[in-house]
Design a binder for this molecule. Structure first.
Ligand code: 13P
Length: 248
C-alpha cells in the first residue's frame, strides 16, 4: 500500500560534473526498480542533475529550503526557485541542519508549510542523539520533532509528506539501528500521526529510515512493517551501493 521510497542525500559532496555523472550512474543502476527513487544533490547541481535524469524514473530532491518567498535573504533559496528547477522532494530538518545551522522545530515547521504551499513534497527528518537515547528520551525527542514539524498541517497536507527517522548516532558512523530499534521508533511515529490525524492518514504516510543504511543491512531494515524506505547518505554516492539498497 505504501510505495517504498529510497532517497540519496548527497550532502555537500560532488561538483557539477561529478553530480551529473553520479546521476546518470543512478539512472542506469536502478532502472526497473519498484521503489520510488530520489536523488538530492546540492543547489548548484540541481538543474544539471534534473537534465541528466530527465525522462527517467529518478526524481529530484533538494537538501533544504528557506520559507520566505523572495527578498533580501542572502544565501537562501525559496520553494518557488526549487520548484522551477524541477525539484519534487525537499529534505527539511536534517540533523546536520539542527546541529550546525540553528534549525529548530519552529523553522522546520515554517519550511514544511512553505514547501507544501509551493507544491513540493517535504521529507521531514526526526531523530534522537546518542545522549538522548542513553537518557531514555528517544520517544520524547521524536514526539517533540514530529509535533513541532506538523503543527498547523492538515491531514490532507500531511499525506504529501514523508518522514525520515534518522537517529543522529547512526548517521555517517557505520553504526546502524537494529531493525528492532528502528521499527520501534517508526511505530512510535506512526502512533503519533494516528493521534494527530487519524488511522488512515497515519497508515498512508511513508516513514524512511536513515543512518548508515547499506546494501548489506537494507533488506532487514526494509522488511520491518513500519519502515517504508531509506534516506541514504554515504551509500548514495556510489551507484552500485545505492542500487543495492533500491533493489532491496
Ligand atoms: P549515512 O547514510 O551516511 O549514515 O547518512 C544518513 C543521512 O544523514 C541521510 O540523510
Amino acid at each position: 500500500m505504501r510505495r517504498t521510497i529510497v532517497a540519496g542525500n548527497w550532502k555537500m559532496n560532488k561538483t557539477v560534473d561529478e553530480a551529473v555523472s553520479l546521476a546518470k550512474g543512478v539512472v542506469a543502476a536502478t532502472a526497473g526498480a519498484e521503489a520510488e527513487t530520489v536523488v538530492c544533490p546540492a543547489y548548484p547541481c540541481l538543474v544539471p542533475v534534473r537534465d541528466a535524469i530527465a525522462g527517467s524514473h529518478v526524481l529530484l530532491g533538494a537538501q533544504d529550503v528557506y520559507w520566505e518567498a523572495r527578498g533580501a535573504y542572502t544565501g537562501k533559496v525559496s520553494c518557488e526557485m526549487l520548484a522551477s528547477a524541477g525539484v519534487v522532494y525537499v529534505i527539511i530538518g536534517h540533523s546536520e541542519q539542527r546541529q550546525y545551522f540553528h534549525e529548530t522545530n519552529e523553522t522546520v515547521n515554517r519550511k514544511v508549510k512553505a514547501a507544501l504551499g509551493a507544491g513540493l513534497k517535504p521529507i521531514v527528518c526526526v531523530g534522537e542523539t546518542l545522549d538522548e537515547r542513553e537518557a531514555g528520551r528517544t520517544e520524547a525527542v521524536v514526539e517533540d520533532h514530529v509535533t513541532g514539524a506538523y503543527a498547523g498541517i492538515s491531514a490532507e497536507e500531511a499525506l504529501r509528506t514523508v518522514i525520515a527517522y534518522e537517529p543522529v548516532w547512526a548517521i555517517g558512523t557505520g553504526k546502524t539501528a537494529t531493525p528492532e530499534m528502528a521499527q520501534e521508533a517508526h511505530a512510535v511515529i506512526r502512533g503519533l500521526l494516528g493521534r494527530a490525524y487519524d488511522a488512515p492518514t497515519a497508515d498512508a504516510i511513508r516513514i524512511q529510515y536513515g543512518g548508515s543504511m547499506k546494501p548489506g543491512n537494507a533488506r532487514e531494515l526494509l522488511a520491518q512493517p513500519d519502515i517504508d524506505g531509506g534516506l541514504i547518505g554515504g551509500a548514495s554516492l556510489k551507484p552500485d551501493d545505492f542500487k543495492g539498497i533500491v533493489l532491496a
